[in-house]
Design a protein. Structure first.
Length: 184
């Protein structure tokens, strides 16, 4: 059975976006980007909510010839994976290997995990909250940026109690700390 993995770049106080919806303070350094690429390389399917998908679809057509190698590498990783977008409003997805589902169905995701040969990733804190509530998330990575933003969109959901095992941690030169947890 494949694992469902959640990863989030967030502020030290636990927000993926600040109160104005900004997240430029979480832009990964080359070192962090390369590390994320290695985490994402084994992913076979990305699960996204509409807003996260609309942010990530940049990688489908981005012209990256003059960009750093870690950006070109990530574009290849992203393009090679299947994508499922959960949206009631998106009519179709402009990226290849992508399907739109109207509702998040925990049982369908459970079946996806059972059938998958490669791990799945869930992107976006709102969609991840539904997966956490359904007991679907197996592991998560938090990339804590050295900034406190005081409010915004939380990386982890309220009202969920999880017992965790620390599986790893890493400190990066730019002050970002990655924490890797398994859900018991």
């Amino acid at each position: 059975m494949a694992k469902l993995i959640y990863a989030a770049l967030c502020s030290l106080d636990g927000y993926t976006e600040d109160e104005a919806g900004g997240f430029e303070w979480a832009a990964p350094s080359a070192e962090v980007h390369a590390f994320v690429n290695d985490l994402e390389r084994p992913i076979g399917t990305y699960l996204y909510g509409r807003r996260m998908y609309e942010t990530m679809v940049f990688w489908e057509t981005a012209q990256l010839d003059d960009e750093p190698p870690e950006m070109r590498d990530y574009a290849e990783i992203w393009r090679a994976a299947e994508k499922v977008v959960y949206s009631r409003t998106l009519e179709s997805a402009p990226s290849a290997r992508t399907r739109v589902e109207r509702e998040f169905d925990a049982d369908a995701v459970r079946l996806m995990k059972d059938a998958a040969e490669r791990d799945l990733s869930i992107g976006g804190p709102e969609l991840a909250a539904a997966a956490f509530a359904a007991g679907l998330v197996d592991e998560f990575h938090l990339f804590l940026s050295p900034v406190v933003v005081g409010g915004g969109k939380r990386a982890l959901p309220d009202g969920i109690h999880l017992n965790l095992d620390l599986l790893g941690e890493r400190r990066f030169d730019n002050g970002v700390v990655e924490l890797h947890y398994g859900v018991r």
